[in-house]
Design a protein around this ligand. Sequence first.
Ligand code: THU
Length: 140
Amino acid sequence: MKPEELLKAAQQARTKSYAPYSNFRVGAALLTCDGRVFLGGNIESASYGATICAERAAIASAVSSGARSFCAIAIVGGPAEKELSAPCPPCGICLQVLSEFCGPDFPIYLQGEKGEVKTYLLKELLPVAFRESSLGGKKE
Ligand code: THU
C-alpha cells in the first residue's frame, strides 16, 4: 500500500476522533505486514491524563485482533475546524509503544505542509529506545 493511501486512511480515522477538550483531532492508520489496516483516533477524557492517542488506539485495535506484525503507520492531526496544515508527529509514549512491536526501520508517514508525504523511521524519532533487552533479560 502506498504511503498516500495510508494517509487517506488516517484522515478517515480522524473523523472518529473524540477530542472535546483540546479540539485537536488525530487519526492513525496502522498497516499490518499481511495488508490489513487498523484505524485509531484520539480519545480524550475529562480526566485529561486518561487520554488515549490515535496511534495507541490503532495499536490496541490491531493487537486485540491478533495482529502484531506491522509494516508502517500514517498519522494526521490538527485543530478540528481547520484544514490539516502541519505534520503531526507521534508523542513519546506512542513511540515507546510502537517500539514494542516495530523495529528501528519501521516507517512513519506524516502529512507535510503542502499535503506531501514526510517519512521518518522509528529509529530517527526514538534513537535509543527502552526495549525488552534494557530490562536486562533477553538479548536483542
Ligand atoms: N495526540 C495524539 O492522538 N497522538 C499523538 O501522538 C500526540 C497527541 C492527541 C492527544 C490529545 O487528545 C491531543 O492530541 C492534543 O494533545
